[in-house]
Ligand binder design. Structure first.
Ligand code: NAD
Ligand code: ZN
Length: 237
């Protein structure tokens, strides 16, 4: 069956970056780095308390400087370089560890810490430092820059491109995601509907585990390199 696979869609979540030292979304206390998600990840929170929201994302952005990609990011970058068929890595992560490992066929559906979005003109700008209390947009000059993060209640990026890849996929692989955040949590159903095989790699069974044709439980740094060498090995035989 593996040798018939040509088109692959990979979905990654916070779990793939956990072993690099970035906390996942919902820790054991249900908080993200000590915050309730409603207080930092919604348009209402940004309007109510911009100082808190900017401070939170400034800290997440600064934390990127002290972490590096792990074996799971590296294995996916290797797959990207070596896979002759179609591949789309869709990440829910806002860190830049996939691209630092060398992945190219990558899409950030929930935005990026290293990007700033102007709420006035819509322009996105690369942003590496702190944002402070809302700096000026280099495009239109408005003091309306915010983190280029898809908050709860906002539309994820490039859904058309993702849906299109899912309809053509022979294999859908979900890595390190709890399956609690829609629409990403529904990708497995779409892929199955269009006939793809489905594989979950996660530390523990997720909310949607039962929907996958195969689930493997363990750390991403072990499971992902193992799966990548399996799929590349099957291709070469
Ligand atoms: P989540 O925190 O809800 O779930 C993480 C999943 O990863 C859990 O199922 C957990 O069992 C699993 N996991 C933990 N350690 C693992 C490991 N070593 N190997 C494999 N799996 C492991 O994360 P999510 O589903 O991505 O939540 C969605 C939101 O969280 C996203 O929108 C994302 O933007 C945001 N987020 C991003 C980052 C980041 O960019 N690194 C970090 C935290 C949260
Ligand atoms: Zn602007």
């Amino acid at each position: 069956m593996t040798s018939d696979i040509r088109n692959i869609v990979v979905l990654t979540g916070a779990g793939i970056s956990a072993e690099s030292g970035l906390a996942t979304f919902r820790g054991p206390d249900g908080l993200w780095e000590g915050h309730r998600v409603e207080d930092v990840c919604t348009p209402e929170a940004l309007a109510r308390d911009p100082v808190l929201v900017h401070r939170f994302y400034d800290a997440r952005r600064a934390a990127l400087e002290s972490v590096t990609p792990n074996a799971a990011h590296e294995a996916l970058a290797h797959l990207d370089a070596a896979w002759p068929g179609e591949l789309l890595i869709v990440t829910q992560n806002v860190d830049d560890l996939h691209e630092r490992a060398g992945a190219r066929r990558l899409l950030h559906m929930h935005g990026e810490l290293l990007s700033a979005l102007c709420a006035a003109c819509g322009m996105a700008t690369r942003w590496a430092g702190a944002m402070g209390h809302g700096p000026e947009c280099p495009g239109c000059g408005a003091r309306a820059l915010r983190p280029d993060i898809v908050f709860f209640g906002e539309m994820p990026y490039q859904m058309d491109r993702i849906d299109e890849a899912l309809t053509r996929a022979d294999l859908f692989v979900s890595i390190g995601t709890s399956g609690a955040v829609y629409p990403a949590a529904g990708f497995v159903q779409t892929a199955r509907h269009y006939g793809a095989g489905t594989l979950e790699l996660n530390l523990e069974p997720s909310a949607g585990s039962f929907q996958f044709s195969e689930s493997r439980m363990g750390k991403a740094s072990r499971l992902v390199p193992q799966w990548v060498s399996e799929i590349l090995g099957a291709r070469n035989h």
